[in-house]
Design a protein around this ligand. Sequence first.
Ligand SMILES: Cc1cc2nc3c(=O)[nH]c(=O)nc-3n(C[C@H](O)[C@H](O)[C@H](O)COP(=O)(O)OP(=O)(O)OC[C@H]3O[C@@H](n4cnc5c(N)ncnc54)[C@H](O)[C@@H]3O)c2cc1C
Ligand SMILES: [Zn+2]
Length: 507
Amino acid sequence: MGVQKKTRKFAQMKRAIKAHDERLKKPSTTKKEQPKEDQLTRQITQAPSNMFFAANTALGPPYHVLVDTNFVSHAIRAKQDMLTSMMDLLYAKCIPTFSDCTIAELEKLGDKYRLALRVAKDPRWSRVKCSHKGTYADDCIVDRVTKHRIYIVATNDQDLCRRLRKIPAGVIGLSCALYIQQHLTPSQSLILSAREFPHTTSLNYASPWAGAHYRPVPGSTPQFTREESQAKRTYAHFKNLAAHEQGCGVQSVPGVEYLENPPVEYLAPENIRNAYAHLDGFERLTEGECPPGVKWGVRYQTFVVNPPVYCAYLLRQFVLRGGEVREYTFVDPREAFHLADGVKTVVNCSGMGFGDEKSFIIRGQTCLVRNPCSLTITRQNIDGSWSFCIPRPLDGGTIIGGTKQPHNWDPKPSLETRAQLLANAAKWFPFAEGSKEQFDVIRDILGRRPAREGGMRLEAEKLDRGSGTLVHAYGAGGRGFELSWGVAEDVFGLMKKIGLVREKASL
Ligand SMILES: Cc1cc2nc3c(=O)[nH]c(=O)nc-3n(C[C@H](O)[C@H](O)[C@H](O)COP(=O)(O)OP(=O)(O)OC[C@H]3O[C@@H](n4cnc5c(N)ncnc54)[C@H](O)[C@@H]3O)c2cc1C
Ligand SMILES: [Zn+2]
C-alpha cells in the first residue's frame, strides 16, 4: 500500500519537472529500484494457515496482543479499558504488548497523543525491543506476526488488517472431524466444511453461546440411556484433556446441584446411579448440608468449558494433523459430495439438520459476568425454573443462567430476563470480597440450542444409485459439549460398522 502511493507521487512529480532539469540526467538508476505496479501486486504471498487465529497452535491464553497506535487512541476516545475489552472479546487472559517503534510513533505524534502515550507506557503491559531501522510500526507489526506467530494484532487500521488477511464448525462437527481423522489410514482424507467457524458469532451457530458445563441429566428413556453413555465417555476424555492440554479451555472444578422441587426422574435411585456414579467424588448431600428449602442435593467433580477457546483448540488440532478447512454454506447436504473428487461419505453435523421436521430450537439467554467463581452451581427454584453459574476457564468470566424456551425465535436478549437471572443468582452466588455483592456484567448471551424430538439423529442414509452415504449427527439440544466426544466415537463406530471408514470421507 505504502509503496504504491510512493510510485504514483513520483510519477506526478516527474510530469512537473522541466526538460532541462538536472535530475533527469540520471533517471536509470532510480527507475531500476522502483518495481512496476503490476509486478508488486503479483508478489502477494499466500497467507499460511497458521496466520489464522483458529489454526495457530502457538496461540493460546494468555494471548499476547500487539497493539498499534491507532488502537490505543480509539480505545481512549471510546472510553474503553483496553485490557478489559480484549479479555471480553477473546474470552481469556490477554497481555497487551507494545513494540519500541509503536511507542516511538506515539512520541512523534506530539502533544495530542500525550494520553495515548501514557496508556501505552503502562508498566503492566509487555514491551518488545525493535532492532530495525526507522519507526514505521505497521511494517514492524506485519513482520513480527509473520515471523513469530504467537501474537494477535489489535488495530483499527483497515489497511493493516488487509495486510494481515482476514481471520475466518460447531462442537459436534469439530469433535467428529478430529476423532475420525485420528482413526483414518494415511491414504484417507477429510474436509471440514461449514458456514461458521470458531470466533464467528451467529444466533444459529450454537457452540460459542454455550455455558458450558458437564451436568448429568437423569432419565430412563432410550434417549437418556444413549446420552448417558455418550456423556460418560466425554467425561473421561475431558479428564484427560484438562490434565494434559493446558490452554484447551477445559477445566476440572467442583460442581453442586440444589433442587427445591426435584422432578420425578430425580427420585429413582437407579436413575441417579446411572447418571452420576461415574463422577469423581460423587456424593448425595444430607439435609443438613443443603441450603434452606433444598430437598435434593449432590456434589461431584466436574468440568467447565470455555466454548470459543475449546472449539478453536479442536480446529487447531484438526488443521495441525493436515485437515482441510473450507468455508461453505450448503443448501442441501448432498452438495458436500461435490466439494472434492471422490467424496463417498458426508457427515452432517449441521446442528438443526436440513428441514428435519423433528428439529426445533430451544432459545437460551444467559449473562456473562466478570465475577470469578471456583465451582459450578446449579439450582432449581421452587417454581421449577433453573439458575446456574458456570465459571469459564482461563479467566473467561462466569456465565449466569439461564432460560430454556422451546420454539422461541426472539433474536434479542431481554433486559427483564437479565435482571431476573441476576436477581435469582444473587441469592446464592459466592461473591468475592470487594464485589459489594453485585454482578459486573460483560454482556447478555443469546443462543439457540439445536434440539430434536427423541434426541440426536445418529444414523447413516445411503443415497440413490450408490452415490454416497450421509451420516447424520445433529440435534444435540442443550448438551452438545458434554456429549461431544461420545457422539464422535459413535459416529466413527457407525461408519466402521457399515464399512465406510476405508473410503474417502468428507465432513
Ligand atoms: C445458552 C446456552 C447454554 C448452553 N449450555 C450448555 C452446557 O452447559 N453444556 C453443553 O454441553 N451444552 C450447552 N449448550 C448447548 C450447546 O451449545 C449445543 O448443544 C452445541 O453447541 C451444538 O453443537 P452443534 O455442533 O451440533 O451445532 P452448532 O454449534 O450450531 O454448529 C453447527 C455447524 O453447522 C454449520 N452449518 C449449519 N447449517 C449449515 C449450512 N447450511 N451450510 C454450512 N454449514 C452449516 C454451522 O456453520 C456450524 O458450524 C448451550 C447452548 C446455549 C444456547
Ligand atoms: Zn518495531
